[in-house]
Design a binder for this molecule. Sequence first.
Ligand SMILES: O=C[C@H](O)COP(=O)(O)O
Length: 269
Amino acid sequence: MASKTPGQSRKPLMAGNWKMNLNHVEAVGLVQKLTWTLDDKRHDPEKSEVVVLPPFTDLRTVQTLVEGDRLTLGYGAQDVSAHDNGAYTGEISVEMLAKLNCSYVAVGHSERRQYHAEDDALVNAKTAKALSGGITPIVCVGEGLDVRQAGQQVPYTLSQVDGALAGLTAEQVAALVIAYEPVWAIGTGEVATPEDAQEVCSAIRSRLSEVHGADVADKVRILYGGSVKSNNVASIMAQPDVDGCLVGGASLQVEEFAAIARFYDLPAL
Ligand SMILES: O=C[C@H](O)COP(=O)(O)O
């Protein structure tokens, strides 16, 4: 099995995308239980950074809890507007997220692309907007089942990466996170094999290196997402170009997500 490069400096990132689950009262319960569980199991924050991405309506509550109790837990949003402010009903601006001290925001999640017709140009605008507001975008890319069956997952995903990062400077690219999420593996229980994840994550890093240089490519954390569980996370994380996971369903289960965060203590099966 491929292994991490010795001395690699990218700190693993485990981000829990709650999607449209948990109201702000329920968020308190999950965040408290998660941090207690991580403490109880002696989670080492140097070995993985743990982040939650709750719905917008939970963010102020999560901020108050994290800051009030000085929790070692990052948080962010699941989407951001490409606009600064104005008549965009239902949208949330980067300035609003920055005011809530969000560290991260997911952009271009496949569910946004599928249900809200977000294309690469809009994902590009949102990525640039997040960066301009000092929030780290987690740029989501990945192919559907038809593309995978045609064996086109690498060119398809690289085209999404090119589109999402168009016009960004090397410095901006070095500051963002990319999440490779094959759509056929999201919420289906169909996890990609570690080799499937590595193939595309490695191709993404090579593309970043071609366009922005090896130093930039070496800094970017590339996550895998799609049916990540405690029983498959260690072997996925053993891949050299996988620097963390974007976790959906399992992030709503405290014990499961805490175990995923502590992937470094699990055997790679
Ligand atoms: O953002 C998370 C991904 O969509 C993965 O979701 P999942 O872990 O439920 O498959």
